[in-house]
Ligand binder design. Structure first.
Ligand SMILES: Nc1ncnc2c1ncn2[C@@H]1O[C@H](COP(=O)(O)OP(=O)(O)OP(=O)(O)O)[C@@H](O)[C@H]1O
Ligand SMILES: [Ca+2]
Length: 843
């Protein structure tokens, strides 16, 4: 699929270049558009952005020029009232959906199974032979019996696949309801991606999906991951030189604002969707293996059948030759030969275990259903299987284990710790003189943020931004701060947005008098390291002594041990001579240490226990402070007394041997960079041969998600991960107990667990499937006698068949050791946050 996209993209690029070479195309603007005040044709706009036509953009006076042509002010945004006309002229932001697959298509798919094809051939042969030997209608019965079993298998497979596709379509719709931030009617607000129109001013920040094609208005270190479109893993910097943003790509770093120029099917993404047809469904690793087994058995059966036929026919011919009757043929002779053929066909029918696909399909369908109920997005049956094979989960903390609902809980300011209980700022700032401190504190909160306090139509205040920043802004409002007033007072000169590598955010602002001030906020110990002074009650700056640094470190640790996320806020006044183009990295004055509470989700502890019980190791990898991480990990039951907690920098600098030694015990990694998580996952997969599931928010965790066997991208808001974790555990233990339908075979530590009867009766799903399968067999044998050409068996024969069946158990154990991992493709499951607009399964 990815490959196809890439090819389509190259073809298109080439075509665009060709058009360019042939001279500018003339576009005609409709009269209606002109009347409504628009002066640029939709296709022309689309081609400028898609073709990265910087000359074309200059020709129209850059982004401001384009804004004029689509009749919008970059400060105010579009007006709600003219959205219908924009949609009429420039289109709506939707993609044509592939027509849904019909039930018959699923039936057709189910029929493609090799075992079934062999069975069908047998049915036809059997009907032919039957009619010739036994005549109408008795001769039909054998064949009809086989057709009946084929019918059953096909129906079960098709119905379960079809239902699953319907369910998936619903979830698909849900997950495409992405909310984005735009400025409209001079107000920043949230809208659905579908309501976006040409002319909209969209705010982008790290982790966001670019919702349509457009041009950069302004940005700070904006870096875009275009890999979904181009397959290029190298991210691109978006700035004045390269201001084009394409729908379906993702913001990897920084922040910015873009002007939407093209929506829906006119975008690059839309065009690609048009040229691509649907990708095929792939088989699950288990299906591949079972098909392999069935095919081998089938082939053996076929060989024996052919040999039997040849031997019987040979003997017959030889006998005939001995009796010198080789030229003398009667109809009885012909019937004998046909009979031999029938015997051979029977061998194939008996040899191919058609019950196998049925049982497997049923169990996978059940597992799928369970996952679906928990709203984990699973596109293919194979997901359950790969998931069932996971023996190790690396999870992030924020939003996955915790609720991601953050509130400031404790602060340290002016050498005093205060627990925030009431909503009164007097508790924190008692004396009049500390007004000064309050001012600088509010400045630090409101100036140095990527989030915003906005008012909606009714004048209600709300905060748009990340949970951490929202907590700070909310606190600022409680202290009586005024976001708009603050923002109007100072002019922001330069911004270094937050990301997980820097773990801090800094800005440079011009104060009313023209003096420059820098603010820095971020991971407490990092920012503390950048400070050499601290502000006291009266607003005076005093030099930080070593003792004081030690004391503040203690404060940080005490907050962190209470599971609080800690941040330091600091500022620095610059003198005239300092460089306006860079924000200082040291010499800051510390204002405060804040401790933000982010409670653990109540269900997490149990989910973790489920995993541990199923033999899955759970590891927490977080960007947060080590003490915070430890406190939370203990609360969730992840960190045990014999487990280890390390910090990212320490882990990074370990020798391969040291890593090998620590990883088995490693339960917590704190202050990690995205790359540390990636390293850990790589090590687990390669050195320890683990099957690793990774959960994360898809921004800073992207590298690790890609490396994992199973990547669960949960989106910033976090979702019902707990359900997924539990399912991984449940599916996993089900599979183990099944005596398989096989998952961890190459993992040597699993070897001793091949006791197939362990816990077999605790798995209801498995028992149900067995009962159904057995019931089918009994019904076929006992009641469909004539149809399936079986005779009711005596009890001795039943015992015999059970014994023969039991012999297949050791065989199953042997199958267990056939490696499956290498042919199981790595998979990623998203809960929509970072899915592409039209949501094809690119993973
Ligand atoms: N907007 C922000 N501005 C400045 N610093 C921040 C901001 N958000 C978080 N931090 C700091 O960065 C640290 C870690 O951030 P990082 O993005 O690496 O981890 P995370 O993804 O939030 O956590 P986890 O990995 O557990 O999900 C936090 O402990 C906090 O101190
Ligand atoms: Ca994270």
């Amino acid at each position: 699929m990815e490959e196809k996209i890439r090819v389509a993209l190259y073809v298109q690029k080439a075509a665009l270049q060709f058009i360019d070479a042939a001279g500018r195309t003339e576009y005609k603007l409709s009269g209606e558009a002109r009347e409504a005040g628009f002066t640029i044709d939709p296709d022309e706009l689309a081609s400028i952005v898609r073709g990265h036509d910087i000359k074309g953009l200059k020709h129209y006076n850059g982004v401001e020029g384009i804004a004029q042509k689509v009749s919008v002010s970059l400060n105010e945004g579009v007006h709600e009232s003219d959205i219908p006309i924009r949609q009429k002229i420039y289109g709506i932001n939707r993609y044509t959906e592939k027509p849904p697959r019909t039930f018959l298509m699923f039936v057709w798919d189910a029929l493609q199974d090799l075992t079934l094809i062999i069975l069908m051939v047998c049915a036809v042969a059997s009907i032919g032979v039957g009619l010739a030997t036994e005549g109408w209608p008795k001769g039909l019965y054998d064949g009809l019996g086989i057709i009946l079993s084929i019918f059953l298998v096909v129906m079960v497979t098709a119905i379960s696949d079809y239902k699953q596709s319907l369910q998936f379509r619903d979830l698909d719709k849900e997950k495409k309801k992405i909310i984005i931030q735009v400025t409209r009617d001079e107000r920043r607000q949230k809208i659905s991606i579908y309501d976006l129109v040409v002319g909209d001013v969209v705010h982008l920040s790290i982790g966001d999906q670019v919702p349509a094609d457009g041009i950069l208005i302004s940005g700070h270190s904006l870096v875009i991951d275009e890999s979904s479109l181009s397959g290029e893993s190298e991210p691109v910097n978006i700035d004045e030189e390269r201001p084009f943003l394409l729908s379906g790509t993702k913001v990897q770093d920084g922040s910015g604002k873009m002007l939407v120029t093209t929506v829906g099917m006119r975008t690059e993404w839309g065009k690609l969707m048009e040229t691509l047809n649907e990708g095929g469904q792939d088989e699950t690793p288990l299906q591949v293996k079972l098909n392999g087994v069935a095919t081998i058995i089938g082939k053996i059966g076929l060989t024996f059948a052919v040999i039997t036929f040849l031997v019987l026919t040979g003997r017959f011919l030889v006998e005939k030759a001995i009796k010198h009757k080789i030229t003398d043929w009667s109809s009885t002779d012909a019937l004998t030969l046909i009979n031999y053929f029938a015997v051979s066909v029977t061998i194939i029918v008996v040899a191919v275990p058609e019950g196998l696909p049925l049982a497997v399909t049923l169990s996978l369908a059940f597992a799928m259903k369970k996952l679906m109920n928990d709203r984990a997005l699973v596109r293919h049956l194979s997901a359950c299987e790969t998931m069932g094979s996971a023996n190790c989960i690396c999870t992030d903390k924020t939003g996955t284990l915790t609720t991601n609902h953050m509130v400031v809980d404790k602060i340290w300011i002016c050498h005093k710790i205060t627990k925030i209980q009431s909503n009164k700022y007097e508790d924190i700032f008692q004396s009049e003189t500390s007004r000064e401190v309050l001012n600088i504190f509010l400045q630090a909160i409101f100036q140095n943020t990527n989030s915003e306090v906005v008012k909606d139509k009714e004048g209600k205040t709300s905060i748009l931004g990340t949970p951490t920043e929202s907590a700070l802004l909310e606190f600022g409002l409680i202290l009586g701060g005024d976001f708009d007033a603050q923002r109007r007072e100072c002019k922001i000169i330069k911004v270094e947005p937050f990301n997980s590598v820097r773990k801090k955010m800094s800005v440079l602002v011009a104060l009313p008098g023209g003096r420059m001030r820098a603010f820095c906020k971020g991971a407490s110990e990092i920012v503390l390291g950048m400070c050499d002074k601290v502000i006291d009650e009266s607003g005076e700056t005093v030099t930080l002594s070593e003792e004081q640094v030690g004391y503040i470190t203690d404060v940080i640790n005490s907050f962190a041990s209470e599971a609080l996320r800690t941040l330091c806020l600091a500022f620095k006044d610059l003198n005239e001579s300092s460089d306006e183009n860079s924000i200082p990295e040291s010499g800051y004055i510390l204002i405060t240490v804040v401790g933000i509470k982010d409670p653990v989700r109540p269900e997490v502890r149990e989910a973790v226990q489920t995993c541990l019980a199923a033999g899955i190791t759970v590891r927490m990898v977080t960007g947060d402070n080590i003490n915070t991480a430890i406190a939370i990990a203990k609360e969730c039951g992840i960190l045990t007394s014999d487990g280890e907690a390390v910090e990212g920098p320490e882990f990074r600098n370990m020798s391969p041997d040291e890593m090998k030694r620590i990883i088995p015990k490693l339960q917590v990694m704190a202050r990690s960079l995205p790359l540390d998580k990636h390293t850990l996952v790589t090590q687990l997969r390669n050195t320890f041969r683990d099957v690793v599931a990774v959960t994360g928010d898809g921004t800073n965790d992207a590298p690790a998600l890609h490396e994992a066997d199973i990547g669960l991208a949960m989106g910033i808001a976090g979702t019902e991960l707990v359900g997924v974790v539990q399912e991984v555990g449940a599916v996993m233990s089900d599979n183990r107990e099944n005596g398989q339908e096989v998952f961890n075979e190459i993992n040597s530590r699993e070897m001793e667990k091949i006791n197939v009867f362990r816990g077999i009766f605790s798995s209801w799903m498995f028992i149900g499937i067995i009962v159904v399968t057995v019931a089918f067999q009994v019904i076929i044998v006992e009641f469909l006698g004539t149809f399936a050409s079986t005779v009711p068996l005596s009890w001795q024969l039943w015992v015999l068949s059970v014994v023969i069946g039991a012999i297949s158990m050791p065989l199953a154990v042997v199958i267990k050791f056939i490696p499956v991992k290498n042919n199981s493709p790595k998979r990623q499951y998203h809960n929509g946050y970072d899915l592409l607009p039209s949501g094809p399964d690119l993973a």
